[in-house]
Ligand binder design. Structure first.
Ligand code: DGL
Length: 281
């Protein structure tokens, strides 16, 4: 038996509790989206924090979120976050703009013990740091009607001309495997030709599915800057994460409805060959 003098014993106890708290506090990062889109954020995060364990949930049963009411998006999001917390996630990345806009503050209030990173605030903060310029925000109907980007820009008091355009056809095109067919280019061109976007200097992919359209956009608007939203969000997650906490670097995948086309796309677009576990919430 080892006898420690009281101050030493307290120190040892404090040290042990400190470790336990750190391990308990930040064990895994949970990410969710309606489908494939959040995988663009996961991919950037794998580069940023490769050693950390992650859990991904794709709510394919309720896809698309962008056309749903705020109430519906909130209720799906609440269930998913409860599930991710039960999986041991302490940091939750709301890897969906529609859910970030409709459910972000509700989630923070409902789960005060979790740390949330949404995909809107870090991108607006990055925009605000740059020179003011005319920027197109392409997003789902839910994201555009929320005005979340403009409100945060306004709060930061930055004179940035942001023109938001709902581009609802792009998500189903991506989820249906139309990337690389040229059809996604025609649809994107249709949207970019909207008169309100005349003279834009930058494009924000305001939906986590849209980073997959980067090449198409570069072809259609070569001089226009495409904001690398997943990298910006991954940086924000990196700053929120306690760098001393690492896991085995595993990622577990869940989805609410498994269709062969989704699994094929996850594999062909993101190289994910892992098993997707079906979990209806
Ligand atoms: N990828 C999501 C977003 O960022 C959801 C798209 C959708 O399901 O409509 O908005």
């Amino acid at each position: 038996k080892i006898f420690l003098s009281p101050p030493r014993a307290q120190l040892a106890e404090g040290f042990l509790f400190g470790i336990l708290r750190a391990v308990k506090r930040q064990r895994k990062i949970g990410l969710f989206d309606s489908g494939l889109g959040g995988l663009t954020v996961l991919r950037a995060l794998e580069e940023k924090l490769p050693g950390v364990d992650k859990v991904y949930y794709g709510d394919t049963l309720h896809l698309p979120y962008g056309d749903k009411s705020d109430e519906a998006i909130r209720s799906f999001s609440r269930e998913i976050v409860g599930f991710l917390a039960a999986q041991g996630c302490d940091v939750i990345v709301i890897a969906c703009n529609s859910a970030s806009a409709a459910a972000g503050s509700m989630l923070e209030a409902s789960f005060p013990d979790l740390t949330f990173i949404n995909v809107i605030d870090p991108v607006v903060d990055a925009l605000a740091e740059g020179a003011p310029r005319k920027t197109a925000l392409l997003g789902t109907r839910a994201t555009v009607r929320s005005d979340a980007y403009a409100k945060r820009l306004e709060a930061l008091k930055v004179p940035h001309e942001l023109v938001a355009l709902p581009t609802p056809l792009l998500v189903p095109l991506i989820e249906d495997g139309f990337l690389g067919t040229g059809i996604e280019e025609s649809v994107l061109e249709h949207y970019l030709n909207d008169p309100s976007l005349k003279g834009i200097e930058a494009i924000v992919p305001g939906c986590t599915h849209y980073p997959l359209l980067r090449e198409a956009a570069a072809k259609l608007r070569p001089g226009v800057d495409w904001i690398d939203a997943p990298a910006i969000v991954a940086d924000a997650v990196g700053s929120a994460w306690d760098a001393t906490v690492e896991g085995l670097g595993t990622t577990t995948y869940f989805l609410s409805d498994a269709t062969p086309s989704f699994l094929a796309l996850a594999s062909s677009t993101f190289g994910i060959k892992a098993h997707w576990e079906k979990k209806v919430l």
